[in-house]
Design a protein around this ligand. Structure first.
Ligand code: HEC
Length: 492
């Protein structure tokens, strides 16, 4: 186990209602102490193959999205130096696997986290620097079963819905618009546990495709979609049923969504998927493509116990990006009007974006929840582990900070001489956290904190990042409020 990958909450005493302003993490000290300790030779068979199996091969295998297969020693050997370089980028554009969470700050517990620990990154570097030896093939882990290019990362869905097949000619401009709606064929209401979206196209896979960027492998840049029952109105981004909330957006390079166990999303009987806003781009060759939506369901008797909260955290209009300038900063705020469990963090910037942080402000507490690098070729969603997802009282202010770079150091910017404002095109800007959260009543909020205190064995001296009221002695649920005593602050 790599201890440096865990950030231990520093135990500091918080006086009730006069908490210390910040909490610290003791990751960096552990990191420094954690250079690869092994004196042994690092070999492909013993050390590297297990890392590739866990974090790379779901993409790097024949007929998959990645440009080359990374399974056998013969396949991997020529890439040793490139693998060292890409993994050493850690959380910056270009890192492999594409996962940009910064490990030295904020919450470190996510669902389906493929990222490498410091020890693994150091092992790869040592292996590449020592001539990338194969070692003893008897040390190899049993091979991971291969899947073809049509596999689902979350396993076989219960329901698959496809858009129509479209043809995108090789030299045409970008296209925005609506595709025909498609019925789900459901005869009864079902609650959705996860949704995975992916593009299927006839672009040749592997190096035969001749395209080494993610954008070159797809024609759908994004798809904003919703669901409706024919006869009912469907508006973009509108709630479509009790507990349902909006559906995640398909975006190029995006991973699948797993919804919290107590907050499924409703797909109604006789509903259709409405493909309200597609952005399609040419990729240099005539291409036929369609999008697949794979749904996994909760059991039929499932009922959610909480509903989604509205977050709307971002700045859609007021963006002024100067040409050729690094470190341009944007800020946006949102006051939570309900107790909220933040279930995911999804930074959404455009080509100039290189980093985002999400923090909360509650009373005099200011804590960073997550910081991540950003690469507009790889738009990622980060689902917090259920026991570590931020639990924030109503009245908390969420704050996102965006960092933009319009210099040539940011390869996603096509022309560093251009000013850009807000807009839909990738060369214009957006600044949003598309992450989701669930709204908790006071009773649910206090019950969730009590459960967490017990599960994580939190003492009065512990600080759990993202849960300002989790520490300390159990707090009784608030007495019913008198009308006049509305303070807006949570938890009193
Ligand atoms: C989610 C899919 C995915 C995962 C997981 C993934 N890769 Fe990649 N990888 C790609 C794609 C697609 C490209 C080409 C586009 C790009 O560079 O972003 C790529 C590019 C690369 C390159 C550069 C190839 C070149 O032409 O120079 C290297 C090296 C690499 N990956 C290594 C790895 C390693 C090592 C891992 C695991 C630690 C990994 N990748 C995990 C999809 C993936």
């Amino acid at each position: 186990m790599n201890r440096g990958n865990l950030c231990w909450p520093l135990r500091i005493r918080l006086a009730w209602l006069a908490p210390a302003a910040v909490s610290f993490l003791v990751c960096s000290a552990l990191r420094a102490a954690e250079a690869p300790t092994t004196q042994d030779t690092v070999t492909f068979s013993k050390d590297i193959a297990p890392i590739l199996q866990r974090s790379c091969q779901n993409c790097h295998q024949p007929n998959s999205v990645a440009p080359m297969s990374l399974i056998t020693y013969q396949e991997v050997r020529p890439w040793a130096r490139a693998i060292k370089e890409r993994t050493a980028l850690r959380d910056r554009r270009g890192v492999m696997p594409p996962w940009f969470i910064e490990k030295n700050i904020g919450i470190q517990h996510f669902k389906n986290d493929p990222s490498l620990s410091d020890l693994e990154i150091a092992k790869i570097a040592k292996w590449a620097d020592s001539g990338a030896p194969e070692g003893n093939p008897a040390d190899l882990p049993p091979p991971k079963p291969l899947v073809d290019g049509t596999k689902w990362n979350l396993g076989e869905p219960d329901l698959v819905v496809s858009t129509e097949v479209i043809t995108v000619k090789k030299g045409v401009p970008d296209w925005w618009g609506e595709l025909a709606s498609v019925p789900t064929g459901l005869s009864e209401d079902r609650w959705v546990k996860s949704v995975e979206m992916r593009e299927v196209n006839d672009i040749p896979t592997g190096t035969a495709g001749g395209r080494t960027t993610v954008g070159g492998r797809y024609v759908f840049h994004h798809m904003i979609w919703t669901t409706t029952v024919p006869g009912q109105q469907a508006a973009l981004g509108e709630d479509v049923g009790e507990g349902s909330g909006t559906w995640p957006i398909h975006e190029v390079g995006r991973n699948a969504d797993i919804f919290p166990d107590n907050a499924g999303k409703l797909l109604k009987a006789n509903s259709s998927l409405v493909f309200a806003s597609a952005h399609i781009h040419s990729n240099g060759r005539d291409t036929k493509a369609h999008l697949l939506f794979g749904f996994k369901f909760f059991p039929k008797d499932y009922k959610p116990t909480v509903r989604y909260a509205r977050r709307n955290l971002g700045n859609g209009v007021d963006i002024d990006m100067k040409p050729n300038e690094a470190n341009q900063r944007l800020d946006a705020y949102k006051v939570l009007d309900e107790n909220t469990k933040i279930t995911s963090y999804e930074p959404h910037l455009h080509a100039p974006g290189v980093r985002m942080c999400l923090e909360y402000i509650w009373g005099i507490n200011i804590q960073t929840l997550s910081c991540s690098g950003y690469d507009h070729n790889w738009v990622r969603v980060y689902d917090y582990d259920d026991d570590y997802a931020p639990l924030l009282p109503k009245g908390t202010i969420l704050h996102i900070i965006g960092y933009m770079d319009t210099t040539s150091a940011n390869k996603n910017v096509p022309d560093t001489r251009n000013w850009s404002g807000a807009g839909n095109r990738s060369i214009s800007n957006m600044f949003i956290d598309l992450g989701q959260g669930i709204a908790l009543s006071d009773e649910q909020f206090y019950a969730e904190m009590a459960r967490r205190r017990e599960k994580l064995k939190l003492s009065a001296n512990d600080v759990l990042i993202g849960c300002p009221l989790c520490n300390g002695d159990p707090i009784p649920p608030p007495a019913p409020r008198r009308q006049a005593a509305q303070t807006g602050g949570g938890g009193q």
